[in-house]
Design a protein around this ligand. Structure first.
Ligand SMILES: [Zn+2]
Length: 274
């Protein structure tokens, strides 16, 4: 009897080892520029990307964001509990981004006057420090939903030309909606920044979903939550406006994984609400 049990234990061990060697990691999400991937490794392993160790949940899950211009292949290094290293390569599909011309924005927001430069620098320092804190929160695991129902009038990655002047790409998803429309938290998190009047983005809110993943909401007419407060998915957090560099009322929803800007529409596919 003991012999049989040992044999079964040995078979199970062999199967597990074989499986792990063939597939030490799984990735959920589409491998394309702007995507967010949810990886899973055996609990207790470590995962490295670009020389940095990625934080893991207790179940061995981790996030990895691919920027707008991510290279055509990426490499992940996994070190298992026994110290065994595996390097896995993944091909990343290139995306074509549309060119979008936006006319009629206030001319001072296209070529800001000297007098506004200090304010612009201060805004960007505030945003940077709001995204700096990396927490072990796992709110992202519960999934993402759209922050409001409305026509999508701008997409991630498009090359923007404002009043005829080429500017940096657009990284958010724009939803057209009347001023005052409630913006609902797409996922739970903690409010890291609530600023009523930034130069480009007007009323601006940043919510941290954990593991370096955050949402930013721009051009708001009102903010309903305070910095440091916890929000739950579906909670009204702000109101749509046309503040900052905007031609009319809309919500601009952006997402970051650390310093990489990812596409909220792909995040909702990788991490849907269950
Ligand atoms: Zn926008």
């Amino acid at each position: 009897m003991t012999g049989l049990r040992n044999l079964i234990a040995l078979l199970v061990a062999c199967l597990t080892a074989g499986e792990l060697q063939a597939n030490p990691m799984t990735l959920q999400g589409s491998l394309q520029q702007g995507s967010l991937l949810l990886g899973t490794v055996e609990a207790g392993s470590s995962a490295f990307y670009r020389g940095q160790s990625l934080p893991l949940t207790a179940e061995g899950q981790f996030l990895l964001g691919l920027g707008r211009d991510a290279p055509s292949s990426i490499e992940l290094r996994i070190v298992d509990l026994d110290g065994l290293q595996t390097v896995q390569k993944f091909a990343v599909a290139r995306r074509e981004y549309p060119i979008q011309r936006v006319n009629g924005v206030p001319s001072k927001t296209v070529t800001p006057p000297e007098s506004d430069l200090a304010r612009i620098r201060n805004d960007s320092a505030l945003v940077k420090s709001a995204r700096k804190e990396i927490t072990a929160r796992e709110d992202f695991l519960d999934g993402f939903q759209i922050p409001l129902v409305g026509p999508v009038t701008g997409v991630y990655g498009s090359q923007r030309v404002y009043n005829g002047v080429p500017k940096s790409p657009h990284y958010g998803v724009d939803y057209a909606a009347p001023t005052g429309t409630e913006v609902l938290a797409p996922a739970a998190g903690v409010v890291r920044l609530a600023h009523r009047d930034m130069f480009y983005s007007g009323g601006t809110l940043i919510v941290d979903h954990g593991h370096g993943l955050s949402s930013s909401f721009l051009h708001l007419s009102d903010i309903l939550v305070a910095e440091g407060s916890r929000v739950i998915r579906g909670q009204p957090i702000a109101k749509v406006g046309a503040t900052g560099r905007a031609t009319g009322p809309h919500l601009d929803w952006r997402m970051n994984w650390h310093r990489e800007r990812v596409d909220p529409q792909l995040v909702m596919k990788t991490l849907p609400v269950q």
